[in-house]
Design a protein. Structure first.
Length: 257
């Protein structure tokens, strides 16, 4: 068991509903990869794996991500959504909502979302999220992974635009923070999975709406004002040539909301 994460305390705090089994390890290559392998070997949905260090973590667009031992939470969960796979694009947004709410509840920090799922505090990135579909056509599942910067010092940040709960003034430990996020994720995933709309609640947490933004695409950049998020989770941007909706792309905030 990692001293950074208290597995017994986490089990007491979160097991009994959606989450059925929880393990912690001091270090691993990737919690997402571990749960993908566990799913292939027959593990049931509801499994949670958390670590204080991962050496081959990945973000969106296959970006590598690693932090010093016991300075960040790496966590992945295995779920079996009942909603049609075309709607699974909401999964990373749900995780973003859960992390935002969990951080607020545990630390009091004003966490906000940058579309689609970057969790920011004071405009700096606190958390990265990576969700992946696993399993076959007859048994579709998803691994939902997230990494939260907890104890990183300024000189340990991967990029100058990142932050940690410590740097933002919170001394809350990794265990209560992760427990708050997992409880929130259970709530949001359960609501979405039974068919509830979460669009309005996502919009309330999204700091991108109302800002002038640049959407960086593979072959071009699009500038405009972010005016909303649609029912599919796409970002609606008012551009000089009319409104456009984006389901993917890196967003840069140009001015305050």
């Amino acid at each position: 068991m990692s001293a950074f994460l208290d597995a017994d305390a986490l089990r007491l705090a979160v097991l009994g509903g959606l989450w059925t089994h929880l393990d912690t390890v001091p270090t691993t290559g990737s919690t997402n990869a571990d749960l993908t392998r566990a799913s292939a070997e027959g593990a049931a949905p509801g499994l949670v794996l958390a670590s204080g260090h991962q050496s081959t973590g990945r973000g969106r667009l296959a970006r590598r991500w690693e932090a010093p031992q016991d300075t960040s939470i790496a966590c992945s969960v295995l779920v079996a959504p009942r909603r049609p796979m075309p709607e699974w694009g909401w999964l990373p947004l749900l995780v973003g909502m859960a992390v935002t709410d969990g951080v607020r509840a545990a630390t009091g920090l004003d966490a906000r979302l940058k579309w689609p799922n970057d969790v920011l505090v004071a405009g700096r990135k606190l958390c990265g999220i990576l969700c992946e579909s696993v399993g076959g056509v007859d048994d579709p599942r998803a691994v939902l992974g997230f990494g939260i910067n907890v104890g990183l010092r300024a000189d340990q940040l991967p990029v100058p635009t990142a932050t940690s709960t410590r740097l933002e003034g919170s001394d809350v430990g990794a265990t209560p923070l992760l427990a708050a996020v997992l409880r929130s994720l259970e709530s949001w995933f359960t609501a979405w999975d039974r068919g509830d709309s979460v669009v309005a609640e996502y919009r309330r947490r999204c700091d991108t709406i109302g800002r002038e933004v640049v959407v960086h695409l593979a072959d071009s950049d699009v500038t405009g004002e972010a005016v909303g998020v649609d029912a599919g989770g796409g970002l609606v941007v008012r551009t000089a040539s009319g409104p456009r909706t984006f389901v993917a792309g890196d967003v840069e905030h140009l001015r305050p909301a």
